[in-house]
Design a binder for this molecule. Structure first.
Ligand SMILES: NC(=O)c1ccc[n+]([C@@H]2O[C@H](COP(=O)([O-])OP(=O)(O)OC[C@H]3O[C@@H](n4cnc5c(N)ncnc54)[C@H](OP(=O)(O)O)[C@@H]3O)[C@@H](O)[C@H]2O)c1
Length: 250
């Protein structure tokens, strides 16, 4: 790639952009020249501090609530006025709790529903509300940050695994109907070095990594690199998933 800023004049929204994988994606996408909207939920200050570190462009922050479709409708209104289109949507925000799969008492019906609503309905609400702006791009891509839990059925709890399987399935369905203007891809990490799973520290990540073929802890930047590849290189791909797990699922 000769152009150092291949995403110049592009507009990107990253849900969960205030932390972990989303924040790494914000940095990479902004470095390539895009105007980036950093979606946050509780961490407004962290989102604003991240914005200050980005190369100059028309960046913004936006409070988003996965469980509230009106927050995405409000975002669509703001983006329409400010940019008039949306080229890149990264649905990175997500929610889980660490619950052993055999503990059906702790994973209540209510918590199961909360996890599905956040991890499946949230990205759906985002695509639904932002679809007219994505269509206006003419060459848009939606990247749903999924998980290998969606096909290994191994992960932080039973509902989380089910939610990521549903997200993968929805990615394929929407890819079928939203082309050719909009591509959809799932990026599916294994365990990543972020704060996502409470109580999982670096030594647990390192121990897990030793059992994988590549024997390396997956960093947020590794996942961001795959997200960028989906945007800039995988132009003929839609409705499928890119796995970033050091071979953990094998
Ligand atoms: N880390 C892993 O091991 C791993 C592995 C596979 C897949 N993933 C997936 O990667 C994605 C990002 O996770 P991460 O590892 O980057 O975790 P993280 O560092 O904990 O970041 C989670 C992000 O989601 C946002 N968020 C949480 N609840 C929200 C809500 N109700 N509404 C809107 N935003 C909300 C948070 O915003 P605030 O901080 O502003 O509240 C934060 O920016 C998730 O979809 C997760 O399922 C992670």
């Amino acid at each position: 790639m000769n152009d150092a800023k291949p995403l110049r004049d592009r507009v990107a929204v990253i849900t969960g952009g205030s932390n972990g994988i989303g924040a790494a994606a914000v940095r990479e996408i902004a470095m390539l020249g895009a105007n980036v909207v950093i979606g946050y939920h509780s961490s407004e200050e962290r989102a604003r501090k991240l914005l200050e570190t980005l190369p100059p462009a028309d960046h913004a922050v936006a409070r988003l609530e996965l469980k509230d479709e009106t927050s995405f409708a409000a975002l669509a209104d703001e983006l329409g006025i400010r940019y008039g289109k949306l080229d890149i949507l990264v649905n990175s925000a997500g929610f889980t709790r660490a619950i052993p799969h055999g503990d059906l008492d702790t994973l209540t019906d209510q918590l199961f529903e909360d996890i599905l609503i956040a991890n499946v309905c949230g990205p759906y609400s985002a695509v639904r509300a932002l679809r007219p702006l994505l269509r206006a791009s003419g060459d848009a891509v939606v990247i749903n940050v999924s998980s290998i839990s969606g096909f290994t059925a191994s992960g932080s709890n039973v509902a989380y695994c089910a939610s990521k399987a549903a997200l993968d399935n929805m990615t394929a369905s929407l890819a079928r109907v939203l082309g050719p203007e909009i591509r959809l891809l799932a990026v599916s990490p294994g365990a990543v070095a972020t704060d996502f799973v409470p109580g999982r520290d670096r030594s647990a990540l390192e121990a897990g990594a030793k059992a994988t073929p590549l024997k390396r802890v997956i960093e947020p930047d590794d996942v961001a690199a795959a997200i960028v590849a989906c945007i800039t290189h995988l132009k003929a791909s839609t409705g499928t998933r890119i796995v970033v797990d050091g071979g953990r699922h094998l």
